[in-house]
Each structure stands twice: as C-alpha cells, then as structure tokens.
Design a protein around this ligand. Structure first.
Ligand code: SAM
Length: 232
C-alpha cells in the first residue's frame, strides 16, 4: 500500500489497490494495520505538522491541566505531542491499530509514559467501555469512516457513556463538500446540524466552522470542525 492509496478522494471512482466496500465484510483492524505498516506517516492524507484548528478549540474549553482527555482514533497524530507540551497531564490515546500507536510512542520517547494507551475498536469497544468521566473527547477524521448505522450507534453510545456532564466533544469530520472516500474506504459526510442530531439534546453546540485541510501532496479536503458541551 502506498501513501497515494491513503489519500482522500472526492470522486466515486476509487481504483486504489486497497479499495474495499465498507460493509459487514470490512476488517477495520486489518485495513488500518496495513495503512500504518506500509506508509511514511508524514505522507498520509490526514497528517498535520500542527493540529492548529483542534488546538484552538481545545483552548476554548478552558480545561484544567489534569482534565481527562480521550483522543479516539488517534493514529500517530502530532496532536498528542502538542498536548504533552502544553502540560496536559491526563491524556488517553486510542486506536484500532497498535502499529499506529507504537509509531506515536516512538516519536514521543520518554513522554509516552504520561499517556494511557488503549488499543480498541470504537465500533466494538471493550476497554473503552470502562473509560468514564472524560472531560474532552477528541475525534479528527475517524467517525466519518463509520458508514454502517450500527457502527454509528455504537460510537455515540460509547461517547455518551464516556463524557462527563460539563465535558466537551470535539468532532472534526469531512463536511458535506468533503471527500467521498479516504484510504480506500467510503465515508459519511457531516455538518454541525447532523452531528448535533446524533449527539442529542444533552449536548449543546459551542463552535462550528468549515476548514480546508491541505494534504501532504498539496490536495485540499473540506472538513467541518465542531465543539459541543454536555449540559446534562
Ligand atoms: C484518518 S486517520 C486519523 C488519525 C488522527 N485522528 C489524525 O487526525 O491524524 C483515522 C484513524 O482512525 C483509526 N480507526 C479507524 N477505525 C477505528 C476503530 N473502529 N476504532 C479505533 N480507531 C479506528 C485508524 O486506525 C486511524 O488511525
């Protein structure tokens, strides 16, 4: 699998070698292991040197430095490095791919000790079911891969079990003009209203904006960034 296969496509015509249909037959674990095992992380179609829009939204939360922050589908994101540098002391990083998290650990060096690592599938959670009292749930470019209704239901059930009253939910997904496929997988596109309806009335929208992300190959992709607060 090449970095090009791991780009995000706006056409319906995905002829990459790793194309799969995102139905019952998809083995997400195998797919993502292949992605991270075969690619230069800094060339992946979602890599960022700096997670600027996410960091701005986190800043708006005014969290205590010891607040429990869970990043789901963290991959090898540089966001974790930034959060460590900013002094956040209760970080949890999840991914379905242990390979991705191992790459992130290698980059972090000794700082990896400060983080709780959780290899688990958000669409079939085990360890994640035990994670509660989360003050900030962060998802960039993960939820949109769950096109099956049952996977979305499991995702939001887990989120609601995990996030504390008064806690925040940061969701950054492809917007309605966004890619139709990414990494060879079909995606579901969102806007703030659709995300709000999935979260339900316990969660109130604080901020939302569209954002154009530039991939390492220079192509642009349309995201919607949202921040919700749980009030009940
Ligand atoms: C497009 S990448 C985004 C990675 C990271 N959030 C970022 O912004 O760089 C999607 C990530 O979601 C992870 N992922 C996909 N399906 C998952 C699942 N069911 N459970 C947990 N992680 C999953 C993948 O392994 C991958 O790291």
């Amino acid at each position: 699998m090449t970095a090009e296969d791991n780009s995000c496509d706006t056409s319906d015509n995905d002829s990459g070698c790793c194309s799969v249909k995102n139905d019952e037959s998809v083995n997400f674990s195998k797919h993502w292991r292949g992605v991270y095992a075969g690619s230069d992380i800094s060339k992946l179609g979602w890599y960022e040197d700096e997670s600027t829009p996410v960091l701005e939204l986190i800043d708006a939360c005014n969290l205590e430095k010891q607040a429990k922050i869970l990043t789901v589908g963290a991959g090898a994101t540089t966001l974790i490095d930034s959060l460590v540098q900013l002094g956040y002391g209760h970080l949890m990083a999840n991914d379905i791919s242990s390979y991705a998290l191992e790459a992130l650990k290698r980059r972090l060096g000794d700082a990896q000790e400060k983080i709780t690592w959780i290899v688990d599938d958000i669409t079939n959670p085990d360890i994640l079911n035990e994670v509660t009292d989360v003050k900030l749930w962060i998802d960039r470019a993960v939820l949109h891969f769950f096109v099956a209704e049952k996977d979305q239901e499991t995702y939001f059930k887990l989120l609601k079990n995990s996030v504390a009253k008064g806690g925040y939910v940061l969701l950054a997904e492809f917007n309605l003009n966004g890619a139709t496929k990414c990494s060879g997988l079909p995606v579901k596109r969102y806007d703030a209203a659709l995300l709000a309806s999935k979260l339900g009335s316990d969660f109130v929208l604080q901020k939302a904006f569209d954002y154009i992300y530039t991939m390492p190959n220079g192509d642009k992709r349309n995201y919607v960034y949202t921040l919700f607060k749980r009030i009940f």
